[in-house]
Design a protein around this ligand. Structure first.
Ligand SMILES: Cc1cc2nc3c(=O)[nH]c(=O)nc-3n(C[C@H](O)[C@H](O)[C@H](O)COP(=O)(O)OP(=O)(O)OC[C@H]3O[C@@H](n4cnc5c(N)ncnc54)[C@H](O)[C@@H]3O)c2cc1C
Length: 477
């Protein structure tokens, strides 16, 4: 069926800025959460803010839903066009517009890939700190929309701490220029509102980001543990003792096995039940002191072996294993459900155990690789989507894990966003008046609700949802 707005869009972005054929659009039917799929009517790829604005004016006139899309690496279905309409991709907006080595900032188009910014900042002895494990593919616009984290966000903070300015185009095509904000914005902090809004307030077209000096010294430590419990307890104690490495990651036995059988093999010891991957940054003296404290702490918790990276190549190899871990899970089963929840850091051991039990009771294979220092857990369930009963059990386990975290003072997403996946589960965390406030904030920027419809905020009121069974606590479970 001919789209009534197609020729108007072609006049703006040309043939190169449109994907019309079904085969091409198939690549946009979901993000990395591939359980739910929906083909967009059309994919539009503007080159810059002006084109994005003109495109959105046309779509506004025709009342078409818009789904912003970066690289599609999201794990919560955020870029899946559930309500149809147009997938608005930043794939052609890849220019680094300016690096200011004196002011230590970068101005980029939203489609720039995360790792590319660090690569381009390196000659100035600077880097971009938030480093999602998907950083070789995900875009900075997607990072802003999801307020993404990464291993080094333990020290440096998630994306929101690094966004100094942005340009956003709203659903009607109006350009909102927030690129010249001071440290304390005049009026409302709109940047704070838009970071993490998952594409529901408009298309971010440009971002001004903070760059961080490359530290004088870095040490990467791999600590080998006889149990996942002891690795978790070490992290809880490191926080209590106020030790400040830049990254604290845990990988469990099944993850190590998958990584070592994959192209990401990092030389992790196959016999380990868990490893801690720790990194210290700072002056040589700071790094030496923190590394010594961490080594002592690991030994107090029964650590079997401590290895330190010999050089940069060794360090890169250790991190490649961690960052490739989700991909390596393909060694276990064809599909992977990456749960993303937050546990209070005082209860890491308990919640990891509960998550593991929930999966095992349902006959599911679960592995853990996570940003332990932030309490951001990723119980990863390997499954085969062709087995409909297994899919049902995976989703049930995912919901129970979320509820277990919420009931113990945690949260339902650490970094991947709510998207489609956790929309209904927002009712476990927020009441109807909280959700109503979110709806009103959204309506202020997008009264027709055309930006990324069907995401984040439950469509039906929570009262209409089935009342969940209370979660048994502790040993009663
Ligand atoms: C192997 C793997 C590892 C991962 N590791 C991490 C990790 O360590 N930390 C982490 O936080 N996440 C991680 N993720 C999740 C994902 O990479 C991040 O959420 C990332 O920020 C998504 O970026 P993207 O460009 O792929 O965005 P998409 O997936 O394309 O979109 C994500 C959301 O942002 C919106 N959006 C995208 N671009 C824009 C824009 N320009 N303006 C407005 N809205 C926009 C979309 O509508 C959608 O809601 C991982 C994913 C994978 C597959």
């Amino acid at each position: 069926m001919a789209l009534p707005y197609l020729e108007e869009l072609r006049a703006i972005v040309g043939d190169a800025g449109l994907v019309t054929d079904r085969a091409g659009r198939l690549a946009y039917e979901s993000d990395a959460l591939s359980l739910e799929k929906q083909l967009p009517e059309l994919v539009v790829l503007p080159l810059d803010t002006a084109q994005a604005s003109a495109v959105m004016r046309v779509l506004s006139k025709h009342g078409v839903p818009i789904v912003p899309r970066g690289a599609g690496t999201g794990l919560a279905g955020g870029a899946t066009p559930v309500a149809g309409g147009v997938s608005l991709s930043t794939a052609r907006m890849r220019e680094i517009l300016e690096i200011d080595p004196v002011g230590r900032t970068a101005r980029v188009q939203a489609g720039v890939v995360n790792a590319e910014l660090t690569r381009r900042a390196a000659p100035h002895d600077l880097f971009y700190a938030p480093d999602p494990s998907s950083q070789a593919a995900c875009t900075l616009g997607g990072n802003v929309a999801n307020n993404s984290g990464g291993p080094h966000c333990f020290k440096h903070g998630a994306t929101t701490r690094h966004v100094l300015g942005m340009i956003v185009v709203d659903a009607d095509g109006e350009v909102i220029d927030l690129s010249h904000q001071g440290p304390d914005p005049d009026g409302f902090d709109l940047i704070g509102l838009i970071v993490g809004s998952e594409g529901m307030f408009g298309l971010v077209t440009e971002v001004t980001l903070k760059l961080v000096p490359i530290p004088d010294a870095t040490e990467t430590i791999l600590a080998v543990f006889p149990s996942l419990d002891s690795a978790c307890d070490t992290v809880t104690e490191a926080i209590a003792r106020r030790l400040e490495p830049s990254a604290i990651e845990i990988l469990d036995e099944l993850t190590i096995d998958a990584v070592e059988r994959s192209v990401f093999a990092a030389g992790y010891p196959r016999e380990a039940k868990a490893v801690l991957l720790l990194e210290c940054e700072g002056s040589a003296a700071e790094v030496e002191a923190t590394s010594a404290d961490l080594t002592e702490l690991c030994q107090e918790h029964g650590c079997l072996e401590i290895r330190t990276a010999r050089d940069d190549a060794d360090r890169r190899r250790l991190w490649a294993g961690r960052k490739g871990a989700f991909g390596a899970m393909g060694r276990i089963a064809p599909d992977l459900y990456v749960a993303d929840v937050v546990a209070p850091r005082t209860r890491l051991r308990e919640i990891v155990r509960i998550a593991t039990d929930i999966c095992h009771e349902r006959g599911l294979k679960v592995s853990n690789v996570f940003h332990a220092g932030d309490g951001n857990l990723h119980p990863n369930i390997s499954y085969d989507r062709r087995d409909t009963d297994e899919v049902r059990r995976v989703l049930e386990a995912g919901e129970l894990i979320m509820r277990a975290c919420i009931e113990r003072g945690g949260s339902l997403t650490g970094e991947h966003g709510v998207g489609l996946e956790k929309q209904e589960h927002m009712c476990h965390l927020f009441d109807e008046s909280d959700l109503d406030a979110m709806r009103r904030a959204r309506e202020a920027l997008d009264p027709d609700l055309r930006m990324n419809p069907g995401k984040m905020i439950p469509i039906r009121g929570c009262r209409e949802m089935r009342t969940p069974e209370p979660m048994p606590q502790g040993d009663d479970r």
